[in-house]
Design a protein around this ligand. Structure first.
Ligand code: SF4
Length: 64
């Protein structure tokens, strides 16, 4: 049985996992994050450089 795109978007295990990824401690206290000017950097970059999706983004606007 085919699923609708809405069903896939809302219930996909992978999409739900990606939506659940948090940010590093430094981002949590960052004013750019608090003001929605940055969403905590790139989780793929974090994974590449730190080994975790919730690590510090090497290309952070305010310094690595
Ligand atoms: S990636 Fe850098 S600029 Fe963005 S929220 Fe995190 S600390 Fe702030």
């Amino acid at each position: 049985m085919e699923k609708s795109i809405i069903d896939v978007w809302n219930n996909s295990k992978m999409f739900n996992y990606v939506r659940s990824i948090g940010v590093c401690a430094e981002c949590e206290i960052c004013n750019l994050y608090k003001n929605n000017n940055c969403s905590g950097g790139c989780p793929v970059s974090s994974k590449y450089f730190t080994g975790t999706f919730e690590g510090k983004d090497e290309f952070c606007y305010i310094g690595g």
